[in-house]
Write a protein that binds this ligand. Structure first.
Ligand code: GLU
Length: 318
């Protein structure tokens, strides 16, 4: 078992990342790429990449770590940190809750049965409400992009136009969620503008290295892994990581917490960002999804990595 006195060696991490990747490859061929957004259905389901970045500044990459993909729901974490920074936790959580739903990410049911406000910022309704709050309080979508440039150290932040258009054309369920919330007074102002920004956000391009970088920033309570500069409020980071534990992996967050035990957030583009507190950040990409919407090979890869390095949050420090 790992302890603070015997930190993981570089060789141990390298071997663990390789073993995790090998484990993940056994699951390629299972699951399905998202097809409810037509442009996503064109992804190659055989891709898998893992990038691990550590506190000591090392970066380990295996497989398709440089293939760009759309963030989809992973961007909800970035939107939340932006909203917390701009507006503060009190205003954000007056709009969206902090409870898991047990429903699929695009479900409308709890908006009717559990009060008007979306239960958390990582379901579609919650992210749309967060985007609406950010825009209606005077931020432009371009401000969010500038924030991402600084956070990810990548400029410019680009969007996949094809995926954006495809989702905008077919996103009737998200449109329904938004108008439902408008009729209940949760959304204000221009709903179409909010939806447009939401669809654009989902189509932001990244790769596994970007996600590992962001994961490590959260693992370091908001410090930029490259510069050491404090980019995010440590309290905001702890809020976000807690929500990643309880709501980050759709309606299999509980099972994932038991098996993997790392704060994580997935997206239907096949990305997963994960971290081990004070240790490392992980970015994974593999577009074939399980029935809940999580990258299937990606989650298996993370499970193996967690076991190999004893990363579960309730293990490893004794
Ligand atoms: N753009 C997707 C949607 O709104 C994001 C879903 C996801 O990644 O969970 O349906």
């Amino acid at each position: 078992m790992q302890s603070k006195e015997s930190p993981m060696s570089e060789e141990q991490i390298r071997q663990a990342v390789e073993a995790a990747y090998q484990q993940g490859t056994q699951w390629l061929g299972q699951g399905n790429v998202a097809n409810y957004i037509p442009a996503l259905a064109k992804a190659d389901p055989k891709q898998l990449g893992i990038c691990v970045q550590t506190l000591s500044g090392h970066c380990y990459e295996v497989g398709d770590t440089r293939v760009p993909f759309t963030m989809q729901s992973v961007a909800k974490v970035l939107l939340l940190v932006f909203a917390l920074k701009e507006l503060g936790a009190e205003r954000v959580f007056a709009k969206v809750g902090v409870e898991p739903t047990g429903d699929s990410f695009n479900s409308i049911v709890k908006l009717e049965t559990k009060g008007h406000h979306p239960l958390n910022p990582f379901i579609n309704a919650g992210a749309i409400a967060t985007m609406n709050l950010v825009l209606e309080e005077g931020n432009a979508f371009s401000d969010f992009l500038v924030f991402l440039e600084e956070l990810l150290g990548r400029s410019p932040i680009e969007m996949e136009e094809r995926v954006y258009r495809s989702e905008k054309e077919t996103g009737d369920l998200n449109r329904s969620l938004a108008y439902f919330m408008k009729s209940d007074g949760v959304l204000q102002g221009d709903v179409e503008r909010t939806l447009d920004a939401y669809f654009r956000m989902c189509s932001i391009l990244c790769d596994a290295r970007d996600l590992a970088h962001f994961g490590l920033m959260l693992a370091q309570d908001g410090h930029d892994p490259r510069t050491g500069k404090l980019m995010l409020d440590p309290y905001d980071c702890s809020l976000v990581k807690t929500l990643m534990v309880t709501c980050g992996m759709y309606d299999s967050s509980g099972e994932f917490a038991i098996k993997v035990g790392m704060p994580a957030k997935s997206g239907v583009g096949g990305g997963i960002v994960a971290l081990a507190q004070g240790k490392l950040g992980v970015g994974i990409f593999s577009p074939a999804l399980d029935e809940k919407g999580n990258s299937l090979a990606g989650a298996k890869t993370l499970e193996r990595l967690s076991q190999a390095l004893d990363l579960h949050y309730f293990k490893g420090s004794h």
